[in-house]
Each structure stands twice: as structure tokens, then as C-alpha cells.
Design a protein around this ligand. Structure first.
Ligand SMILES: [Zn+2]
Length: 310
């Protein structure tokens, strides 16, 4: 199984790391935890996604706003720091995210060419939209990638595409991005008691699996398996936002899954998609706790052993 990783994914602000609960170096920890696994083939994007590509996705107002230190810091949910220049934020935080977008692109191209599962350790910025950035998401990698694949003729505009979002938060950015594109199916499992609560984006979800605050692993997995049963066949490509902020140890997600529950969730996902022969790009999504890297390592290890997954 291909796992997509670049050392450039890591966001390390040194002493400033304490400004945010996000562990920006978890990608390195996941890579290091998997590098001895002979079933995993690490692949690396050659360069970050260009601003030209990203600007093609954004509204003209957002193209300006993603270059504003004040507005980017607000979207990253860190306090305004008067001395911090945009060039510093761009180099330390936004460039790693553009590498993450490139990883999603690489996974999608390889999935369409060869089928199978391609697991990007980064990406899954599901709160970003063409007209907004929020919730630690600046660039909507799935939307940017989908647009580029259609432009390059690798996807037809009417090809059926599936987005499964198992991050604890509702994927309002994907719902807004694909608001008028019914060729894209959204399956979203999310905690109803936390951000974001926008009704108009929740209404866009085709297969919702809302979870109450504090839902345990057994209940979550039962409802998620039922949601997966509702999937049709015939998808050309699937993106999965596999956030690990569903872990009980996560301060933001408000759900109570164990590391084994998260691994079982990813196994259920890949079983459902491989059974339907859907080329798949797994994406890191959110995950802020001390157990986040451990859960990803366990999940990827277990999924790499599923017969038929390559
Ligand atoms: Zn999340």
C-alpha cells in the first residue's frame, strides 16, 4: 500500500507550538512508526501545490485573504501576534499545507491510474471553501484536486466521486465546495454538538451519520457500518477524510473512540470501498491528541494487511 509523506508536511514553530493544540509534527511520528513495515511503500510529492493552482480554486477575494497574516492567523485559531510577518507564517505553516495538497493530488492521480488505496498522511482540510478559510483549514485539498483532475481530463465532470468524512467535525468546506455538484456524494459522520453547526452545509450531506456528544466506539462503529451499507457502486474515485480527533483523548472532538476503534473504522472504510472496487485516497484530517499518531500507525498497519488492498 502506498503511503504518501514528505518531511515538508511537518509544522514546527519551536516555542510557538504551544499557541495551538495541533501537533504539527505528527506526520514525522507516523512515518517513523511505519518505516519498518515492508508492506508499505512510501511515496513523496515532488513539489508543493502552486499558488496558481490554489488561486484557480479560490474566489478573487479569498485569493487576497489567504495572503493576509491577520486573516490566516484567525483561520488557524491562534491569537494575533503583532510581530509575526506573513512570510514567516507562509514558510512555517502554509507551505507545509501546500505540500499536503500536493500529496492529495499525487494520491488521486495514482489511484485513478492504478486503483487501490493511496494514503496521504496530510490533507483533508475539510473546513476550507472557495470563499472561506476556517477551522485550521486554509486550502480545500479535495476541491482543488477535483477541479484540477477535471481540467486535465483525468476525471470527467460527470464522473461519480465519493467523499467519506469520518473526522469528528462536520465537513462544511466540502459541503460548500460541492454544494451544486450532485456527481459528488458526501457521507459524513460527525459530532452534532461541536463546530461547525451550519445547517445549510449539513443539509448538503447525502448520507449523514450524526453522533451525539460523548458517543462511544461501539455505537459509533455500528452507525458508521450502517451508513457504509447505503453506498452505491460506480464511483470513479473516493476521498476519505480520516481524522483521528474522534479519539477519547482528543480535547476538541468530543467523541470517545479508542485507538483500536479508529483502526477498526479505517478497516471498515477500506473493506467497503475495495468491495466496490473504488480507487481510494485516504487523507489525514484532524487529530490533535497525544494518541493521534499512534492511532494512524495502528490503522495503516492493520489496513495494509487486508487481503486485496494494494
Ligand atoms: Zn476535526
Amino acid at each position: 500500500m502506498d503511503v504518501i509523506y514528505s518531511r515538508h508536511y511537518n509544522i514546527d514553530l519551536g516555542l510557538l507550538n504551544r499557541l495551538h493544540p495541533f501537533d504539527g509534527t505528527k506526520f514525522r511520528a507516523i512515518h517513523d512508526g511505519l518505516k519498518a513495515n515492508s508492506r508499505i511503500n512510501f511515496v513523496e510529492p515532488a513539489e508543493p501545490a502552486s499558488m496558481e493552482l490554489i488561486d484557480g480554486f479560490l474566489t478573487s477575494l479569498m485569493s487576497k485573504q489567504v495572503r493576509s497574516a491577520v486573516l490566516v492567523l484567525r483561520a488557524l485559531e491562534v491569537p494575533r501576534i503583532p510581530f509575526m510577518r506573513f512570510s514567516f507564517i507562509d514558510r512555517k505553516v502554509l507551505a507545509p499545507m501546500r505540500w499536503g495538497v500536493a500529496g492529495t493530488m499525487l494520491g488521486a492521480v495514482n489511484a485513478l491510474e492504478r486503483g487501490g488505496v493511496h494514503w496521504n498522511l496530510s490533507g483533508g482540510y475539510h473546513h476550507a471553501m472557495p470563499q472561506a478559510m476556517e477551522g485550521f483549514c486554509i486550502y480545500n485539498d479535495i476541491g482543488i484536486c477535483h477541479g484540477d483532475l477535471v481540467r486535465r481530463g483525468l476525471l470527467a465532470p460527470d464522473d461519480k466521486v465519493l467523499i467519506i468524512d469520518t473526522d469528528a467535525h462536520h465537513g462544511n468546506g466540502n459541503a460548500a465546495t460541492f454544494k451544486n455538484n450532485r456527481n459528488v456524494t458526501l457521507l459524513d459522520v460527525y459530532n452534532v454538538g461541536i463546530y461547525p453547526t451550519s445547517e445549510y452545509t449539513r443539509r448538503r450531506v447525502d448520507i449523514p451519520a450524526p453522533m451525539a456528544m460523548g458517543t462511544d466506539g461501539e455505537t459509533y462503529l455500528k452507525h458508521y457500518a450502517e451508513a457504509l451499507e447505503k453506498l452505491a457502486d460506480g464511483y470513479r474515485l473516493a476521498f476519505v477524510v480520516a481524522g483521528t480527533d474522534t479519539l477519547a483523548s482528543d480535547r476538541l472532538g468530543g467523541l470517545c473512540l479508542s485507538i483500536d476503534d479508529v483502526a477498526e473504522r479505517e478497516r471498515l472504510t477500506l473493506h467497503a470501498l475495495s468491495r466496490r472496487s473504488i480507487p481510494t485516497v485516504m487523507l489525514g484530517g484532524g487529530g490533535y491528541s497525544k494518541d493521534s499518531a499512534k492511532a494512524a500507525i495502528r490503522a495503516i498497519s492493520i489496513c495494509s494487511e487486508i487481503p486485496g488492498i494494494h
